[in-house]
Design a protein around this ligand. Structure first.
Ligand code: NAI
Length: 325
């Protein structure tokens, strides 16, 4: 298969290069791929500027089935395409690609992050960032970022979820966890003492915070009426099934930290590992997820907007203030 790919550079006011992952999917046609890459690149502008990264927003898509079409030759062709942009775009893994694929892309371009050589798994810093976002949620709800006695329901005990459970338990929170992988959930429960419930029950347990760390689209017209939490804050990408679900959560008085804020630890660590900014500043940027989350929760209440609307508004404000490049 020849390479069919689109790179979208959405906005460079936050910094250069424009950065975002490579999504490899069997899109039905180029029109579908184009609308996806434009939507995703816009989201990356927001994610990068809110994470205080000196990066613009970009994204790329490769049209094809990663299970059958992904070959080293194809990935090298893609890397050549990235190289031809002269550093305007910086890529990394996304759905359908992984660190090993980025190792191949790196054979032909420097403009790639999250390779095995650079960093290994991005899950540990992602979990740290989500932990800070949950602390901010506690600060907003209870006036303290101390999680002692707080009850948190974690959906997914995978790479991010299991680290998050460890941080929460270490901080004195009571944790309920579920995973469809019985071994994964048994292991994290044995290690941390977290309570286990069935995957069907986790979204609806009574808790202070629900932390989705498995799938996208879990907050929907079907699930939101049955949630029994005061807030949702987790790492899973695209938790809202539709933008209207942000309004549904607000109508129920459930606070929400947008996932692209709570899960920014991975891109913060990846950018440091790639030398985009000094690694000595990484811990402060991870801590910054606390401040950004709290700002969004407070402004959502004060301005009567959904957290996602507030996040986009803050991103626009930061970009409007950015110096001319
Ligand atoms: P992972 O694949 O290691 O873990 C996901 C876990 O969810 C698996 O153990 C899986 O069995 C479980 N799961 C699947 N369906 C489930 C269900 N219905 N109920 C309960 N558990 C279920 O993935 P990882 O890396 O932990 O990522 C988790 C989420 O965070 C994903 O949405 C990912 O896109 C997002 N994310 C991850 C980042 C990273 O650095 N790994 C960065 C930013 C976002």
């Amino acid at each position: 298969m020849g390479l069919r790919a689109i790179v979208a550079l959405h906005d460079s006011r936050g910094g250069l290069p424009a950065a975002g992952g490579v999504r490899f999917r069997p899109y039905v046609d180029e029109g579908e791929a184009l609308s996806d890459v434009l939507r995703l690149s816009r989201a990356m502008t927001c994610k990068n500027v809110l994470a205080d990264l000196p990066l613009g927003g970009g994204k790329s898509v490769i049209i094809g089935d990663p299970a059958t079409d992904k070959t080293p030759e194809l990935l090298r062709s893609f890397g050549g395409f990235v190289e031809s942009l002269g550093g305007a775009y910086f890529c990394g893994p996304d759905v359908g690609t992984n660190a090993h694929d980025m190792d191949v892309v790196e054979e032909v371009t420097r403009h790639v992050g999250a390779t095995n050589r650079q960093m290994g798994s991005s899950a540990p810093p992602t979990a740290v960032g989500t932990f800070h976002a949950i602390r901010a949620t506690s600060q907003h709800l209870l006036g303290t970022s101390d999680l002692e006695g707080m009850r948190v329901a974690v959906q997914g005990a995978g790479a991010v979820g299991r680290d998050l459970v460890r941080h929460l338990v270490d901080a004195g929170a009571t944790v309920v966890v579920a995973d469809i992988d019985e071994d994964a959930v048994r292991q994290v429960a044995a290690e941390t003492g977290a309570e286990v419930v069935s995957p069907d029950a986790i979204l609806f347990v009574e808790a202070d915070v629900l932390a989705p760390c498995a799938l996208g689209g879990v907050l929907s017209e079907e699930t939101i009426p049955h949630l029994q939490v005061r807030a949702v804050c987790g790492a899973a990408n695209n938790q809202l099934a539709t933008p209207d679900d942000g309004t549904r959560l607000r109508a129920r008085g459930i606070h929400f930290v947008p996932d692209f804020v709570a899960s920014a630890g991975g891109v913060i660590a990846g950018a440091a590992a790639a030398g985009v900014y000094p690694a000595s500043e990484m811990a402060a940027k991870l801590d910054g997820i606390f401040d950004r989350s709290l700002e969004i929760l407070r402004r959502s209440d004060a301005e009567g907007l959904t957290p996602n609307e507030v996040a986009e508004r803050i991103a626009r404000e930061l970009l409007d203030e950015a110096p001319e490049r």
